[in-house]
Design a protein around this ligand. Structure first.
Ligand SMILES: Nc1nc2c(ncn2[C@@H]2O[C@H](COP(=O)(O)OP(=O)(O)OP(=O)(O)O)[C@@H](O)[C@H]2O)c(=O)[nH]1
Length: 298
């Protein structure tokens, strides 16, 4: 008998919270693999990503929703808010992640999006950063005054603390049912999509603040042979001025992005990878719904 056959409870879990509270880190810590991308920058999770964890008879299917923001307008952000609302409709458990000791307008903006009548767990993340442990209780009290939660669990996603307790509280909301995924499934995203995410991660890491939300990655060619994968990806930016930023002096920066991405994708596929990345400028693409659809965002 495989693990998947033994599953008796299975449900969808959405992880929500303002940017930078640690949603991606938490998902990675729970699922135990680096599928969703993690970056110090806000707004790095544009796509909805499923991670699946099977723990004994329980299967948790995580829906990682993007953070949302009000500072920047544009079709991209309206779309991201729609994605949040859509992700929350029909899930079994919502985990609202906040940062211990910190409460901002961004956190408050999440509250109206939390669905009524759905089990909602408050995960107070980054407790390892708290200098005064006694500050935790009044902080939690302040938060739960604003919204009733079914459970509150202080955690550290980065230090792997209290994650079992969090899972116990989530599990209470999983409906009875069979597994939706094989026991060892980490994500339902095809490997090609993950490769694109890895490239995007390198861009965020190596280009940093110079390229604010202006790049998207489309994997255009994918040819897998037994001992080699040939991949071509296109990075789309919305301004001419972004191209030299991405390339760097003498193309050095792009070379590094490509080298690091190639190494990660080779690990993922377990074979050598030939990776070609080129840059295209498509002016104002983030402002046009139609362009977003072309790029597979809807
Ligand atoms: N000290 C500490 N840092 C953490 C913890 N969890 C996450 N972080 C850090 O917080 C930053 C943001 O984490 P992410 O997981 O990218 O946050 P996010 O909520 O997914 O961010 P968006 O994608 O912008 O919505 C990263 O630098 C993480 O390393 C934690 O438990 N302790």
């Amino acid at each position: 008998m495989t693990m998947a056959e033994a599953v008796t409870r299975c449900g969808l879990v959405a992880i929500v919270g303002r940017p930078n509270v640690g949603k991606s880190t938490l998902l990675n810590a729970l699922v135990g693999a680096k599928i969703s991308i993690v970056s110090r920058k806000a707004q790095t999770t544009r796509h909805r990503i499923h991670g699946v964890l099977t723990r004994g008879a329980e299967q948790f299917v995580f829906v990682d929703t993007p953070g949302f923001q009000t500072r920047h307008g544009g079709a991209m952000n309206r779309m991201m808010n729609r994605v949040v609302t859509q992700a929350l409709a029909g899930v079994d458990v919502v985990v609202h992640v906040v940062e211990a000791g910190k409460w901002s307008a961004g956190d408050a903006n999440v509250l109206p999006l939390l669905p009524e009548g759905t089990r909602t767990v408050l995960a107070v993340n980054k407790v390892d950063l708290l200098k005064d442990r006694n500050a935790l209780f009044p902080y939690v009290q302040k938060v739960v005054e604003q919204r009733g939660y079914d459970a509150v669990v202080p955690v550290s996603a980065a230090r792997d603390r209290q994650l079992d307790v969090l899972l116990d509280e989530i599990a209470k909301g999983l409906p009875e049912g069979e597994a939706m995924f094989e026991a060892d499934t980490l994500t339902d995203r095809p490997v090609r999509f993950i490769a694109g995410e890895l490239i995007r991660e390198k861009i965020f890491r190596l280009v940093g603040d110079e390229l604010p939300y202006g790049a998207t990655v489309v994997v255009e060619q994918w040819e897998e042979q037994p001992r080699l994968a040939r991949i071509a990806a296109c990075v789309i930016v919305d301004r001419d001025s972004h191209r030299p930023i991405l390339l760097g002096a003498g193309g050095e920066r792009m070379k590094r992005i490509a080298t690091e991405a190639r190494q990660d994708i080779a690990k993922l596929l377990d074979k050598p990878v030939h990776l070609e990345i080129y840059v295209k400028v498509r002016k104002g693409w983030a402002e046009r719904d139609s362009a977003l659809r072309d790029l597979g965002y809807e």
